[in-house]
Design a protein around this ligand. Structure first.
Ligand code: UTP
Length: 433
């Protein structure tokens, strides 16, 4: 099974360094995960030993800065322990070095960086620098509770929170050398700005890390706006189908047809794309046949569609490449698809999603609806794609484009959306305004 994320930063509580078996297990897990992620960074905490040093420093009458520096030294020793276990002896001494290592090797393990903060803040800083997909905080407790679980027996584990809700819970905590509570408030603020999800889970069970990477939530998940994606997509789909959204008329099965339809559909209404495709596919069955067709004949066939002359030229060339270079099979990787004439990110993702690959195609409907719902804030389709991938479970990626398009054609229309009839109005930011 593939992981839900590709760039991940883990903050590992220093308390686990009192348990050699656990550290051994983590070393094995890290070395396996490493090869499966584009970038993987582990930040180790200081735990008991750091606190002991800080207490001794206090007795010696040392200042706050010195106490923090002792804390940093211990976190780095802990990082080095993993470093040796993983045949990786260079522990970054600065953010710059950490990011350099991540870019070069896809992996870095580090401790504290600057006096006066926690290793959670280090994890958040690095996550922002590499634009990570998630920060995973492995702590002693199962996640975020509504009140202190050490003091109150009836404390409730909160499964999903918004950044704002987490900030509210954390703002009641105080921090000093060796005493940062569940998570650093500054770290949350930073991650919230970048809309990088934060996961909290009990680190005593290393399998929780794998669970999170697979898209599950064994503890608490924090993001801009938690929603039940299964439910959201189901409601949208039901409504769009009930209202006969044009997008559901498309039922092309062959990858070649899906690719052509996706290219023809750019800057063209679905109804027109559909009629053009039906006419085209009745004449052309294979890339070789399309490559042989004259450009004028093809342009005539495409005519009602926008930019039909350019599209005719590009489709002919694309068909020739597919026939000659790929033996008439449609390539199945994003890079290869993007190298074809007329294929941009959206078209490539539409093809990939339709042939069963995990891809989210972002067009104007997806971009508009995601922003209106308030699950993310984004200015460009690229940013929307990146942010959706962080928050939508991977098994729903393929379905997302068609569902959002259908919903955008019928309910959440660009102008005058039907908010009063919308099944999502209760959770939508736009409907509330
Ligand atoms: P930790 O982040 O481990 O603090 O750093 P913690 O809250 O005690 O975390 P656990 O118990 O490991 O989960 C230990 C101390 O090191 C200093 C701080 O004083 C911190 O409390 N430190 C750490 C820094 O000053 N700067 C850093 O970048 C990191």
């Amino acid at each position: 099974m593939r992981f839900n994320f590709s760039k991940v930063v883990v903050s590992l509580s220093g308390s686990f360094f009192d348990k050699p078996e656990l550290i051994c297990e983590y070393a094995k897990i890290f070395s396996k995960i490493r090869s499966k992620l584009e970038m993987f960074c582990v930040v180790t905490g200081g735990g008991r030993i750091a606190r002991e040093y800080i207490a001794k420093a206090e007795i010696l009458g040392l200042g706050e800065r010195e106490r923090h520096m002792l804390g940093i030294a211990v976190t780095r020793v802990n990082a080095l322990l993993f470093g040796f276990a993983l045949d990786f002896e260079e522990i970054p001494q600065s953010y710059k070095e950490a990011v350099k290592q991540l870019r070069k090797n896809g992996f870095a393990i580090c401790g504290g960086m600057k006096p006066g903060q926690s290793t959670d803040k280090v994890a958040a800083d690095i996550a922002c620098m590499i634009d990570a997909d998630a920060v995973i905080n492995l702590t002693k407790v199962a996640g975020v509770y509504d009140k202190d679980p050490k003091k109150y027996q009836d404390a409730r584990l909160l499964k999903e929170l918004s950044y704002e809700q987490l900030e509210k819970i954390l703002s009641s905590q105080k921090s000093s050398p060796g005493k940062f509570e569940l998570f650093d408030l500054l770290a949350v603020k930073e991650l919230a700005k970048r809309e990088i999800p934060i996961f909290f889970a009990c680190g005593k069970e290393p399998k929780n890390l794998i669970e999170i990477l697979r898209g599950n939530n064994p503890g608490t998940k924090v993001c801009k706006k938690p929603v039940n994606w299964e439910e959201v997509i189901e409601k949208m789909e039901k409504e769009a189908k009930k209202r006969n959204a044009p997008v559901y008329e498309f039922s092309f099965r062959y990858p070649f047809q899906i690719l052509l339809a996706a290219i023809i559909s750019t800057r063209t209404k679905d109804e027109i794309t559909l009629s053009v495709c039906k006419k085209l596919f009745s004449k052309v069955k294979t890339p070789a046949q399309l490559a042989k067709m004259s450009e004028n004949e093809l342009a005539e066939l495409l005519k009602p569609a926008g930019f039909y002359r350019e599209k005719a030229k590009k489709l002919k060339e694309l068909a020739r490449i597919i026939a000659e270079k790929y033996g008439s099979r449609i390539p199945e990787t994003k890079e290869e698809l993007l190298s074809l004439p007329g294929v941009g990110k959206k078209v490539a993702n539409v093809v990939l999603a339709n042939i069963g690959k995990d891809a989210i195609a972002v067009d104007t409907h997806v971009h508009r609806i995601a922003n209106r719902l308030g699950v993310l804030h984004s200015k460009t389709p690229e940013e929307t794609e990146k942010k959706l991938k962080r928050i939508v479970p991977r098994n729903l990626w393929k379905k997302l484009n068609k569902t959002f398009v259908g919903f955008g054609q019928t309910v959440c229309t660009p102008k005058r959306p039907r908010c009063r009839e919308c099944p999502l109005s209760k959770i939508c930011d736009f409907a509330k305004v």
